[in-house]
Design a binder for this molecule. Structure first.
Ligand code: S3P
Length: 436
């Protein structure tokens, strides 16, 4: 499936965006092992989160779904049952890595598999700590499928994360629910903290401490999880495509409503404001996750040198930051972003290919890129998104700045995180159309 995009201007209006992907996954996982009924509203009905939802249905959990409202009938820490077939997690790295942790603590065996992109992403990063806990989990090489056997007991470990990854952290935290002793996780770079917040919401005892630049998390195995109700905010990562569209497309003023602004996710705002963006954060509400309405107006952007320490906080927003940098004055320097190579595609490669087709000058590095903004943009370009939702959406926004009829290819996977992307873009005035 392709998108055709034409030069756009005058974006106007207020929109809501789909629910947060990270929080949606976690809300299904924890409600399923809580004792009783949890109600979830604002659930992201994208394919990734549905893969998690269906996996729990296959493990005997009753889940009622009415559009974005979900009722989960949790069966307690030991209430899951052996799935009758392999669990297929599609394109979703979060489902695979988080479920691997949870399933390592069950008294049944299970196999996890995914699509060709997911089957090429590194998994030893979770196997190592889980094996250290005594889990009987294995792979062939470094990639899925993952084979899990019941282990007689898991032990708590102390583990310093070798990569800045919320998925690895959350995988260990979920396994630690089934350990006999306390587990300690040490983060050298802070990653999104949704699992920590949600553990507390379900009544799990967890301690968080900051020492020097490290974060230390301690989880004590709980007796049970209490069911709860969860209001999921709009996904900041999805909002980021619209935020940058509002900044670079001439004569625009847009509002994105009810966006999650958890501070472990919003470094992009800080970076864009430093680049000269006119962004206002209004109507801030502090539920268990903070939310706000984000007002964006067209702005003259200038390049910047990205602080490497911010990379884990804006890892999913880097593709669209590359686009903001492409329309900024000067040379933007991004380093410390090698993790981009381990995403749904090699995002450094894929975005370089996209920038090249747009007519942007850039220089590649193993762990980053230099982008020379405001180049000689081409017209009527064709860009391949390599089946990666974030490359597809970032490239679509960029193409709405070019003359001619522009094509973005291979965009099906936008469905994994942002169902209704094109409709939302059209509502604001972006001239983009899905070609089936
Ligand atoms: C996620 C963590 C990040 C992010 C992904 C969602 C999560 O991955 O890129 O989209 O929900 O924990 P890593 O942990 O691999 O950085």
């Amino acid at each position: 499936m392709d998108i055709k995009a034409l030069k756009s201007s005058n974006l106007k209006g207020k929109v809501s965006i789909p629910g947060d992907k990270s929080i949606s996954h976690r809300s299904i996982i924890l409600s399923s092992i809580a004792e009783g009924i949890s109600e979830i509203s604002g659930f992201l009905t994208g394919q990734d989160c549905l893969a998690t939802l269906n996996a729990f249905k296959k493990m005997g959990i009753k889940i009622d779904q009415h559009d974005r409202h979900i009722r989960v009938h949790g069966l307690g820490l030991n209430g899951l049952t052996k799935p009758s077939e392999d669990l297929n997690l599609g394109n979703s790295g979060t489902s695979m890595r988080l479920l691997a942790g949870l399933l390592s603590g069950q008294n049944f065996s299970s196999n996890l598999k995914g699509d060709s992109s997911l089957s090429s992403r590194p998994m030893n990063r979770i196997i190592k700590p889980l094996n250290k806990m005594g889990a009987l989990i294995s792979l062939e090489g470094d990639t899925a499928p993952i084979f899990i056997k019941p282990s007689r007991k898991l032990n708590g470990i102390s583990y310093e994360l070798p990569v800045a990854s919320a998925q690895v952290k959350s995988c260990i935290m979920l396994a630690s629910l089934y350990a006999q002793t306390e587990t300690t996780i040490i983060e050298n770079h802070q990653t999104r903290n949704h699992t920590e917040k949600m553990f507390k919401k379900f009544g799990i005892e967890i301690k968080e401490k900051y020492e020097n630049k490290q974060k230390i998390i301690k989880v004590s195995p709980p007796k049970k999880l209490n069911p709860t109700n969860i209001k999921i905010p709009g996904d900041f990562s999805s909002a980021s495509f619209l935020i940058v569209a509002g900044l670079i497309i001439p004569n625009s003023e847009i509002i994105i409503k009810n966006v999650g602004i958890n501070s472990s996710r919003t470094a992009l705002l800080k970076v864009l404001i430093e680049m000269g963006a006119d962004i206002q954060i209004n109507n801030v509400k502090d539920d268990f996750e903070k939310t706000a309405d984000i007002l964006v107006r067209t702005s003259e952007l200038k390049a910047l040198v990205l602080d490497e320490d911010l990379v884990p906080n804006l890892i999913d927003e880097l593709p669209i930051l590359f686009i903001a940098a492409s329309f900024a004055n000067g040379k933007t320097i991004i380093r410390g972003a090698e993790e981009l190579r381990a995403k749904e595609s090699d995002r450094l490669e894929a975005m370089s290919d996209s920038l090249g087709n747009l007519g942007i000058e850039f220089k590649n590095y193993r762990d980053g890129i230099d982008i020379f903004g405001k180049g000689r943009f081409k017209s009527s370009v064709t860009i391949d998104s390599f089946g990666d939702h974030r490359i597809a959406m970032a490239s679509s926004i960029a193409c709405c700045m070019l003359d001619g009829a522009n094509t973005i290819k291979n965009v099906e996977n936008i469905q994994t995180s942002f169902p209704g992307f094109i409709e939302t873009c059209n509502f604001l005035g972006l001239k983009a159309e899905l070609l089936k």
